[in-house]
Design a protein around this ligand. Sequence first.
Ligand code: PLP
Length: 371
Amino acid sequence: MQSLHYFDNAATTAPSPSVLEEYCRVARDYPGNPSAHHSLGLESKALLEECRARIAKCLSVEPSNLFFTSGATESINIVMASLLWAKKPGEVIISSLEHEAVSAWSGILKDKGWNIKTLSAKGGYVKAEDLEKLLTKETRLVAVMRVSNVLGTVQDISSLVEVTRAKEKEFGRPIFFFSDSVQALGKVELELDVDGASFSAHKIHGPRGVGLLYLRKGMIQALSQAGGQEKGVRGGTENLPAIAAFTVAVEEACKNYEANREKVEKMNHSVREALKDSKVKVLTPVENSSPYILTVATPLPSEVAIRMLQDRGFLLSAGSACSNNARGKAEAVFRNSGFANDAGGAIRISFSHLNSEEEALSLAQNLKELI
Ligand code: PLP
């Protein structure tokens, strides 16, 4: 059988052996519901809080700022849906890079009378001065992702937060700054200077179906109602085995951050070098980008190139995995970022520390050959 070379790690990653072990251990040894008051429940509750504290330590935040969810999509939806409690609609600023889980709210909020402003991202970057011009006293929320899942570009979130805070002062009203940070965790420097952020376990070799919502000011009013778990921010019985396994994944990503990054940076550099003087155009800039994502464009339609690469044992996506379901979504990101001519031929190479230099070079060679 042909061996497979997996370069779709921005879509999902394989759980690490210790993550799987922890999942099984907790599923077996912690049968109690963390909300139950008997001894098994208390043991589960203690482990749940231990996990929250361990992740908080890795992220340099307080445990009380972290809420477990079923994944980044739910974390995002908790924040966006909370706007529907507002007594009257206001204004929301959404960057043109956002994942479908955020951008889909444009239509919903517009229907409810909200004014939606799009923050442009030429070349894959949002500018603080552009945000400054869009902020008004009606602005209730700004959403800018930290690392683009389509292009790999890293936003200067601190400068965006800074102009938002200045405007807050000027208007005397709070503006919630939300940053989807899924592709940042364990991969780029992450300072949680925002009001809210979303994370997902399965992008960092954790299990699927578990994620985090970071909330700086503690509470927001969730739309979904349940049994009061996660202080009412996310109700429903906590998925303790997945949360414990996620905790191991976060700790591994935190501990191996430098080593993993060094390895991936080297692979990224080698592929860039190998593609020089070829018909493959590299779209992801070298500076201010995550080394984990390298998006390129070939003269072939994306689907054709991806299919041909798969026949050679290389698994990749065009733009993002979700864009396979929401057609045109990744294309919109390319178009909005000034890469309209390259959108049809774009391929996203997304690395993990489990890839080898050899297979990365072989991918570049195969890409050149098939074109
Ligand atoms: N945001 C970004 C940037 C993503 O890449 C993804 C993954 O597809 C998500 C959100 C959704 O994450 P999840 O699969 O945990 O719902």
